[in-house]
Design a protein around this ligand. Structure first.
Ligand code: ADP
Ligand code: ZN
Ligand code: MG
Length: 655
């Protein structure tokens, strides 16, 4: 519940897995590298043919054989019904005709005037019977023996075909691993990005709801892709790279598809993980190839999903991942290598912006970041509407009620709920979805989410609302504090149950003592509000307090702003170069008595500011109440609405 001044909180670690995109794999007439599908196709065809031949041979071409008892077999020899015998090691097979008779029969076969009786074949299991040969000799039966052999077809299959099939499968697997199906294992470099032809994504902005801010940002990109000429004449530069940032399931991938669908330009899509393979240099080659293709197709859109897979900070991991690093470097080089006027726009998505290499975020690369956040109440209603289009709802279903029951849910969760509800309706043999189906669906989905994304109970929610309002109100009442941009009680990642964002009106390089104290006030405002309204405080403010204490300490030790040590720095040993500051406890270089003084000063400053904050909130009780209630209702309040509410409560600004 930090008074968040623009910096992002840690978003939930990614579930990494992408949901299947069925819309993307369509046949594309423009661009068909030798793709795996084709290869598979011929492979399956081959297998089918093999099976077909086998069946044909065994079933159709073999003469019909009558299985008989051995005694019967011998009786038939006695009776002269058998003219020729094959002595196998397991079976004896008797043919009704001798070789000469068979030849004559074959000749006469097509002669309509002389129809002959068809040859017959009998087979019996062969016991050890030494008398058989004598019997056959006596009857003048032709006989011959065949070398012991089990089923000849099966034998061939096992000894020849199976190894070949295995080899083909293995080859297929190997080329999948290396990424160049069709062209064999030796061409590692080429690209896996799928080019989806114009409009082929089938997704438009209509399908993405509840992320209006992100959509508004992307409209410009769409416009540029549609008519780059317009921008060329004016000469403005459009960002080359736009990074979509947000927790998993909020619709980043969907948004990228929508941009491509709206712009109707070629759309390359590749997932960060696909760049990185087992050989060093493959990823880099792929990046090079991807951009080469993209430039040829400009204007077009390149979408790198799950950018964090390659964009991880190169940081401190000693001996790290060479391959990933090379891939990342190549990506940076490529992004620098063309300017936006070449008409290639790169869109990327990540749910872990904090681990991205800072080099990626520098101007000229992904210099624009678009936050795709969990939807608020209205957003959830809109998303539910989008997905409810696909199912039949009973008129008694109120999607707003559903949205109210699902705070903190992402678009993917909501899509899931609509689907579950529909399934429940079908299971119960109903023709349309009833409100209780939604209730049950929410219960199911919540049970699955419990660990990942805890839901607040109503009392907790109320506390969070008053807490955040406290931050916001103090910010509004503090001279020089950054204006409130957004207040929200949508839980956000681990530990943040709500947030208040202040955006600075201008860049600040110097802060006065009053402004620092003001920052402390704003940070304490959350807890102060809890104290005023709930006669007690919660753990939710621990981050606020840490930050407030930190500012107070710096004021004394670094900025020389305290009475006794005015204009003196109390140095602590700096962290070693290249190490993140928090990882090494700083060591002070002053006496214990000074330390004691510092501690007392910090306590004094915080206590004073807290008392002031509590007093302010008590004075503005009605205002806080009004805003917090509204916040509980709509979950997010933006700058305009906040100002309006302040105006309604009409608080005179303190002198
Ligand atoms: P992300 O890439 O952010 O993890 P996806 O774009 O893959 O999330 O979203 C998964 C699915 O959830 C989408 O295909 C869509 O059905 C649904 N979804 C997510 N966000 C939204 C949204 N804002 N509007 C409509 N549907 C959404
Ligand atoms: Zn807070
Ligand atoms: Mg995604």
């Amino acid at each position: 519940m930090a008074a968040d001044d623009g910096d992002r909180e840690i978003l939930q670690a990614g579930d990494g897995k992408d949901r299947k995109e069925s819309g993307l794999k369509k046949h594309d007439p423009l661009f068909r590298p030798l793709d795996r599908k084709q290869f598979r196709f011929s492979f399956w065809y081959f297998l089918l043919m093999l099976v077909g031949l086998f069946v044909l041979n065994t079933v159709l071409l073999k003469p019909r054989v009558e299985a008989v008892d051995y005694s019967d077999f011998k009786a038939r020899i006695q009776a002269g019904e058998i003219g020729r015998v094959e002595l196998g090691d397991k079976y004896v097979t008797g043919y009704s005709m001798t070789r000469a008779q068979l030849e004559a029969y074959e000749k006469a076969r097509f002669d309509r005037n002389k129809p002959a009786a068809a040859p017959k074949t009998y087979r019996a299991v062969r016991p050890a019977d030494p008398g058989l040969i004598a019997l056959m000799d006596g009857k003048g039966v032709e006989y011959y023996a065949v070398a012991p052999q089990n089923n000849s077809w099966l034998g061939t299959l096992l000894s020849w075909v199976l190894p070949i099939v295995l080899m083909v499968v293995f080859w297929n697997y190997l080329s999948k691993k290396i990424g160049q199906p069709g062209q064999g294992v030796m061409s590692f470099g080429a690209n896996k990005a799928k080019l989806v032809a114009e409009g082929d994504t089938g997704v438009t902005f209509e399908d993405v709801a509840g992320v209006d801010e992100a959509k508004a940002e992307l409209v410009e990109v769409v416009d540029f892709l549609r008519n780059p000429k317009k921008y060329e004449t004016v000469g403005g530069t459009i960002p080359k790279g736009v990074l979509l940032v947000g927790p998993p399931g909020t619709g980043k991938t969907l948004l990228a598809k929508a941009v491509a669908g709206e712009a109707k330009v070629p759309f390359f899509r590749i997932s960060g993980a696909e760049f990185v393979e087992m050989f060093v240099g493959v990823g880099a080659a792929r990046v090079r190839d991807l951009f080469k293709q993209a430039r040829e197709k400009a204007p077009c859109l390149v979408f790198i999903d799950e950018l964090d897979a390659i964009g991880k900070s190169r940081g401190f991991s000693l001996g790290g991942n060479d391959e990933r690093e090379q891939t990342l470097n190549q990506l940076l080089v490529e992004m620098d290598g063309f300017d936006a006027r070449s008409g290639v726009i790169i869109l990327a998505a990540t749910n872990r912006p904090e681990i991205l290499d800072p080099a990626l975020l520098r101007p000229g690369r992904f210099d624009r970041q678009v936050l795709v956040d969990r939807p608020d109440l209205k957003g959830r209603v809109d998303i539910l509407k989008v997905h409810a289009r696909k199912v039949k709802l009973d008129p008694s279903v109120d999607l707003e009620t559903v949205a109210r029951g699902t705070p903190g849910f992402t678009g993917a969760d909501l899509a899931n709920i609509v689907n579950e509800a529909a399934l429940l309706a079908v299971r119960n043999g109903r023709c349309c979805v009833l409100p209780q189906d939604f209730d049950n669906a929410i219960e199911r989905v919540v049970a699955g989410l419990e660990k990942k994304n805890r839901l607040l109970n109503p009392r907790e929610r109320t506390i969070v609302a008053y807490h955040e309002t406290g931050h916001a109100l103090i910010a509004a009442l503090t001279r020089g504090a950054d204006p409130v941009h957004k207040i929200s009680i949508i839980p956000r990642g681990i530990g943040a149950l709500g947030y208040t964002i202040q955006l600075p009106t201008e860049d600040r390089f110097l802060l006065t003592e009053d402004e620092l104290l003001g920052k402390i006030d704003v940070l304490l405002g959350g807890r102060a509000s809890e104290q005023v309204f709930f006669d007690g405080v919660s753990t939710g403010a621990s981050n606020d307090i840490t930050r407030a204490t930190d500012i107070a300490r710096k004021m004394i030790t670094d900025y020389g702003m305290s009475g006794k040590f005015a204009n003196v720095v109390l140095p602590s040993q700096r962290s070693p170069l290249f190490m993140p500051e928090e990882s090494v406890p700083s060591q002070r270089e002053y006496s214990d008595s000074t330390q004691q003084y510092v501690d007392e000063e910090i306590t004094r400053i915080i206590a004073e500011r807290y008392a002031r904050t509590v007093k302010l909130i008590e004075e503005k009780r009605a205002t806080v109440d009004l805003i917090a209630r509204r916040l509980l209702e709509v979950e997010t309040i933006d700058e305009a609405e906040f100002k309006k509410l302040l105006g309604e409560a009409n608080p005179p600004l303190p002198a």
